[in-house]
Ligand binder design. Structure first.
Ligand code: ZN
Length: 365
């Protein structure tokens, strides 16, 4: 299925070409495979905000939201914001990963685990920009899998945030406190629209993660994660919420609001790995020759690039009479569908056309 989740470098070039003229564009460096890494710059203010998206190539939602934010800033004449901030934006840090629709770069390195050694050209580009700009805020923009719930009783985590730690004790350093209060402000702005859909990530310190490293260097750094919203596998709703959270952050910083504290940040529920994509009930299945009747099956979609689009392949997580997962969608098979008896082994991708027809994400749309 062709899907808007795929945002390869060619698309970025088109989006760059469509941007208003007043935005400064330059080639900052290149990827392992020689693709350009672009920098956009706009605004004239003293508060410097560095943003980078798609350091994980298959996490495209925050990039799309950037290409909504930038024209909005310029065309809607957000003079107060453009006078207050200077934005340094890398829309796609990992173009090779974006092209291949992978998290990793072309050397199979996770760029968000390369902050100490800076072994990859993409990591060096980001780090050199960080050191050159010395930003007041850094925004590390990502997308997360559908497995996360916002807290143990929450719904799907449509938005998640993290103010990364700067040390093993997870101290609230001055930089971290600023990131925490900024996230608390975003949460406050969006909690009525998404009352159970905003979570925060585990703050275990990892100096090899870019956000931890930048916080350690004294820059307030915010991790944004675009996640799942009900039946929104294209992540169009998530994109809107990410855009709103960018705007909420900018207004908070512009106004210099002081009403939020790190305690407000800790009030945001911590994410849990609670979900699968789909639970199908009333299914008879065969596993290694044994027939199990009236089972429930938990399925997780794995994304795969195929013919220029992203397809969602259902993979089996578990089956049984009772399952401990929550699902984004529940389906009970009709008597007619139940006639399908399936054979598979646990933890293998299910490669049955019949199965895929029944349970692919197309069924949801
Ligand atoms: Zn990521």
């Amino acid at each position: 299925m062709n899907c808007k989740r795929y945002l390869p470098p060619e698309q970025i070039e088109i989006l760059l070409g469509d941007l208003p003229k007043e935005i400064k564009k330059e080639k900052l460096g290149q990827s392992v495979n020689g693709l350009p890494i672009h920098l956009l710059q706009l605004g004239t203010g003293e508060c410097k905000v560095l943003m980078w998206s798609q350091m994980h190539g298959n996490e495209t939602t925050t990039t799309k939201a950037l290409f909504n934010l930038i024209p909005w800033l310029v065309q809607h004449n957000q003079k107060a914001l453009l006078d207050h901030f200077t934005f340094y934006i890398i829309p796609q840090l990992n173009p090779d990963g974006a092209k291949a629709y992978t998290r990793l770069n072309a050397n199979k390195v996770d760029l968000n685990r390369d902050a100490i050694h800076l072994s990859q050209p993409e990591s060096k580009v980001l780090c050199a920009l960080f050191e050159g700009v010395n930003p007041d805020y850094a925004l590390n923009l990502h997308g997360q899998r559908t497995i996360y719930g916002a807290g143990s009783i929450g719904e799907a985590a449509t938005l998640s945030f993290l103010a990364p730690s700067a040390d093993l004790e997870r101290s609230v350093t001055p930089a971290r406190a600023k990131a925490m209060t900024a996230i608390a402000a975003i949460h406050h702005a969006l909690k009525e629209e998404l009352p159970k859909g905003i979570g925060r990530y585990d703050d275990q310190f990892n100096p090899n993660c870019v956000g931890d490293s930048f916080t350690q260097a004294g820059t307030p750094t915010l991790l944004f994660e675009a996640g799942h919203f009900s039946n929104d596998y294209q992540r169009e709703k998530a994109k809107e919420f990410i855009l709103k959270s960018y705007k909420a952050l900018l207004y908070h910083l512009l106004k210099g609001e002081e009403k939020f504290t790190p305690e407000h940040y800790f009030d945001i529920p911590e994410n849990s790995k609670a979900y699968v994509d789909l639970i199908v009930s009333n299914l008879d299945l065969k596993d290694r020759g044994v027939l199990y009747k009236n089972q429930s099956v938990a399925l997780q979609y794995e994304e795969e690039l195929k013919e220029g689009g992203v397809i969602f392949k259902p993979t089996l997580k578990a089956y049984g009479k009772e399952l401990s997962f929550k699902a984004h969608r529940y389906v009970t098979l009709s008597a007619e569908e139940k006639d399908t008896v399936l054979e598979f082994s646990i933890d293998k991708t299910i490669d049955s056309p019949k199965f895929n027809k029944l349970f692919s994400v197309k069924r949801l749309n």
